[in-house]
Design a protein around this ligand. Structure first.
Ligand code: ASP
Length: 439
């Protein structure tokens, strides 16, 4: 049995947090491969080491004064080393980093040092082997991750390694230069390592006890999702729910390895299991609710539209020409509605409308802005009758006007369009009817 365990920045923000992490790893001998992030915030006014590194590098490479920030970064690590009572000296590492910063080595290198140094500290603390991610995780010249070469190299390298620390967030290009994933990318590293090892489980330790059914800034103290499928997670993440980096799903998904989101500060909580599929019934009919504001709809009307072959394609082509992607496209016999992100659309609004007129000669084109989309997601909906009915009666009771409805053919989600100003209230109403009422 082997587990890959990734710890986020808040789990490694200081020596006290490091000790919790040490206890977690030592309490289960199968937790053999550790992926650390850089030290995160110690409190809400604090700064993440990654952010300090970016700032420091920008100043140093522009020939401005950077020493003060550099010292703050050094102090963050020294505080951890001292607090853990380690006999580790990072002076020559910092000398090399400073030299490289002044030479303008690149922002990715700069940011990656947060994980690199934390990996050295973690390896020393645990007595595990340190493996530099630059030697095992690869990117192409454009900075795209290379899954195949990485997987081959990583599997070979780890084959005979019992226990290791591999820093998250970065790897290298073929010319040896350092390249990072996007922010939060240590989640991706953990997933890549789990895949290469055929791990039994990828544990992702953070500061919440798993995915919540709904955003806690909208509903107070929401329930935690016990089990969620990758597909459900994609739907919720797309609609704005975030705990895990979006790209972290793909490597483990290929191997059918589950991810367990856990809380470093409450290690006894079981967290959320993310799985390919499951027979386990969700606790409530729905798994989660998420949503986003800031959409607008373009309603096109033309008599006999439904018998005009190519109508939809011609309309969509206009959007394509302006590089605008559409979110949803509900249609009627003589009407077609395109829902787009307001921010993407605004600048091209008049050109798109003119384009639609030229392309399909509609009877009318109308627009409505400031719409929000709410996604109600759940594998349980397929087997349950009346879910849509319950959603709409909850919204009606809350006096919310539904502007659009879209149910995907997977029956995994129902998307509802409401006015931006009704957004929070709509989410609360749906949560209440499915979760509060079912507890
Ligand atoms: N330290 C990086 C960040 O702050 C990567 C990570 O934590 O996953 O984005």
């Amino acid at each position: 049995m082997k587990k890959v365990v990734k710890f986020g920045g808040s789990s490694l923000a200081n020596a006290r947090q490091f000790k919790k992490v040490g206890d977690i790893i030592r309490s289960d001998k199968t937790r053999r491969y550790v992926i650390p992030s850089a030290p995160g915030k110690r409190n809400s006014n604090d700064e993440k080491v990654t952010d300090l590194l970016y700032q420091c590098y920008d100043a140093a490479s522009a020939g401005k004064s950077y020493k003060r920030i550099f010292t703050r970064i050094k102090e963050r690590y020294q505080e951890i080393i001292d607090g853990l009572g380690l006999n580790l000296n990072l002076d020559h590492e910092f000398d090399r980093i400073e030299e490289n910063f002044r030479a303008g080595i690149g922002r990715d290198y700069a940011a990656s040092r947060g994980e690199y140094l934390n990996g050295l500290v973690m390896a020393e603390y645990l007595g595990f082997e340190f493996i530099d991610a630059a030697e095992v995780i690869f990117f192409d010249e454009e900075g795209n991750f290379e899954p195949d070469s990485t997987n081959t190299e990583l599997s070979e390298r780890l084959e005979h390694v019992e226990r290791a620390v591999i820093p998250g967030f970065y790897g290298s290009k073929h010319d040896g230069s350092i390249c990072t994933f996007s922010r939060g990318g240590s989640d991706v590293t953990g997933s890549i390592v789990a895949r290469a090892l055929h791990a039994d489980l990828y544990e992702n330790w953070t500061d919440v006890s798993g995915f919540l059914v709904v955003d806690p800034s909208i509903v107070e103290n929401p329930q935690v999702i016990e089990t969620i499928t990758y597909k459900e997670l994609r739907e919720l993440a797309y609609m704005g729910a975030s705990v895990l980096h979006e790209d972290a799903i793909f490597p483990v998904r290929r191997e059918g390895i589950p991810i367990n989101i856990r809380n470093t500060n409450r290690p006894d909580d079981r967290g959320t299991m993310i799985v390919e599929s499951t027979c386990r019934k969700p606790r409530y009919t729905i798994t989660g609710i998420a949503g986003k504001k800031g959409f607008c709809s373009i309603n096109i009307e033309k008599a006999m539209m439904n018998s005009e072959v190519g109508f939809g394609r011609k309309v969509l082509q206009v959007f394509e020409e302006y590089g605008i992607s559409f979110e949803h496209m509900p249609s009627g016999i003589d009407t077609m509605t395109i829902i787009v992100h307001q921010s993407e659309f605004e600048d091209y609004e008049q050109s798109v409308i003119a384009g639609i007129h030229r392309a399909v000669s509609p009877d009318s084109v109308e627009m409505e802005s400031d719409l929000a989309l709410v996604a109600v997601v759940g594998r349980g909906m397929k087997a349950t009758r009346g879910t849509a009915g319950r959603i709409f009666s909850a919204l009606a009771h809350a006096h919310i006007n539904v502007k659009m409805i879209d149910q995907g053919s997977s029956e995994l989600n129902i998307i509802i369009g409401v006015k931006n100003t009704d957004f929070e209230q709509a989410i609360r109403a749906i949560y209440d009817i499915f979760v509060t009422a079912e507890i």
